[in-house]
Design a protein around this ligand. Structure first.
Ligand SMILES: C[S@@+](CC[C@H](N)C(=O)[O-])C[C@H]1O[C@@H](n2cnc3c(N)ncnc32)[C@H](O)[C@@H]1O
Length: 359
C-alpha cells in the first residue's frame, strides 16, 4: 500500500492525506482534533489553521489511528468519546457505541414522563439513555441495569463525570433490580436485537457481541422484556423499546399480544420505524391482579399464537431453503448424467481388461 508521509506536513495536508488513504472527511477531522486535544466542536478551527505544521511527535500516533480506523474500528473507540443527546460520553470496547437513532427513544420517553416519575433503562451500556433522561429532566428518578459489569463500570464513570445521579444494578433484565416489587412509570430499553447469523454482525466485530445479537431471529431479548415488563410498570406506565429496522411489526405484535394498549412505533432520523412501545393497562395486561380470567387466557393464547406464527415463518424459510437445495442437486445430477459417455450404461467392464498383460 502506498503510504503518504504524515511527518513534515501541515494540518491541511495531513487532512488531505487521511482522505486520500480512505477516511471520510468527518472522520479525518475528528481524528486530527482528538490528537491535537481539541474538542469536537472545533472543526472550524482546523480549517482556519490548515497551514500550521502537524507536530512531528503526533505523526506516528496519527498513522496508528488511521490503520485502526481503516481496519473498521469505530471512531468513538479511537477517540474514547461519543456525543449522545448533547452529552459527551466516554466509551471504549466494553460498551456499544451509542447511535444517534437511539435519541428517538429518549425523546419519546421524555414526552411520556412527568418530573419526579420513575424510569428504568434496561441494558444501559455506556449509560447513554439513562444519563440523557436524567440530564434532560433532573427531577426524574432513574435506575439502569446491565448484565455486563464492565459496561456498568463505564456507565457509572460517565454518571460520575457528568454529575448525574443514576442508580446502576448488575444482572439479567429485571432480575438485576434489588427490589423485585419496584414499579416504574416508564421502562426503556435498547436491547440486543440482531439475529445470530445476520451477516451485518461481521462489520460490528469490534463491539461487544452480547450487546448485539439475540437468538436466531433477533427477538429473544425483546420477547423476554415484553413478557416481564407488566410486572414492573405502574398502571398507565409505558414500555418503549428500540429494535431492528425490520422488526417493528413483530414487536408491535408481541406488545399487543402481551396486553399493552396504544401500541405504536416511532421513526428514526432515517425515517425507519426504529422504536415501538405500548401502555400498561392493568385490566388487560396479564400480570395484573385485576385481570379477568378469560382475558388472561386470551392474552396467553395470543402470545402463544404469536410464537407459533414466528415458528411457522422460520419453518417456511427452512423448507424453502431445503427445496432450493434439492432443486440444485437435481439439476447437478441431470447435468452429470448428460456428461457420461454413451456406453456408460453398458455392463461394467472386467477391471482386468485395463491391466497390463503380465498381471
Ligand atoms: C444494544 S446495547 C445498548 C446499550 C445502550 N443502552 C445504548 O443504547 O447505547 C444492549 C445492552 O444490553 C446489555 N445486555 C445484553 N443482554 C442482557 C441481559 N440479559 N440483561 C441485561 N443486559 C443485557 C448489553 O451488555 C448491552 O450493554
Amino acid at each position: 500500500m502506498t503510504t503518504v508521509n504524515l511527518t513534515q506536513t501541515t494540518l491541511g495536508q495531513a487532512l488531505a492525506s487521511l482522505q486520500t488513504r480512505g477516511l471520510d472527511r468527518l472522520d479525518a477531522q475528528l481524528l486530527l482534533l482528538h490528537l491535537l486535544d481539541k474538542p469536537v466542536r472545533q472543526r472550524g478551527w482546523l480549517l482556519s489553521h490548515d497551514d500550521e505544521p502537524l507536530p512531528p511527535v503526533l505523526a506516528m500516533s496519527l498513522e496508528t489511528l488511521l490503520q485502526r480506523r481503516l481496519a473498521g474500528e469505530p471512531l468513538a473507540y479511537l477517540t474514547g468519546h461519543k456525543e449522545f443527546f448533547g452529552l459527551d460520553l466516554a466509551v471504549d470496547d466494553r460498551v456499544l457505541v451509542p447511535r444517534p437513532d437511539t435519541e428517538t427513544l429518549v425523546n419519546w420517553a421524555l414526552e411520556r414522563l412527568d418530573s419526579r416519575q420513575r424510569v428504568l433503562d434496561l441494558g444501559t451500556g455506556s449509560g447513554a439513555i439513562a444519563l440523557a433522561l436524567k440530564a434532560s429532566q433532573p427531577t426524574l428518578s432513574v435506575q439502569a441495569t446491565d448484565f455486563s459489569p464492565a459496561a456498568l463500570a463505564v456507565a457509572a464513570a460517565n454518571a460520575q463525570r457528568l454529575k448525574l445521579h443514576v442508580s446502576f444494578h448488575q444482572g439479567a433484565w429485571f432480575g438485576a433490580l434489588p427490589e423485585p416489587e419496584a414499579r416504574f412509570d416508564c421502562i426503556v430499553s435498547n436491547p440486543p436485537y440482531i439475529a445470530e447469523l445476520d451477516p451485518h454482525l461481521a462489520s460490528l466485530k469490534f463491539e461487544p457481541a452480547p450487546a448485539l445479537s439475540s437468538g436466531p431471529d433477533g427477538l429473544r431479548d425483546l420477547r423476554q422484556i415484553i413478557s416481564q415488563a407488566p410486572g414492573y410498570l405502574t398502571p398507565g406506565g409505558w414500555l418503549l423499546l428500540e429494535h431492528g429496522y425490520d422488526q417493528a411489526q413483530a414487536v408491535r405484535h408481541l406488545l399487543s399480544a402481551a396486553g399493552f394498549m396504544q401500541v405504536q412505533s416511532r421513526r428514526d432520523l432515517a425515517g425507519i420505524e426504529r422504536c415501538s412501545g405500548g401502555q400498561f393497562n392493568p385490566s388487560i395486561n396479564k400480570h395484573s391482579t385485576m385481570t379477568h380470567p378469560i382475558e388472561e387466557r386470551l392474552t396467553h393464547l395470543e402470545v402463544k399464537a404469536s410464537f407459533a406464527e414466528d415458528l411457522l415463518d422460520k419453518l417456511d424459510q427452512i423448507i424453502t431453503r431445503q427445496q432450493d437445495q434439492i432443486d440444485r442437486l437435481t439439476r447437478e445430477v441431470q447435468w452429470l448424467s448428460q456428461q457420461a459417455p454413451p456406453d456408460a450404461a453398458a455392463a461394467p467392464r472386467n477391471l482386468r481388461d485395463d491391466l497390463p498383460p503380465h498381471y
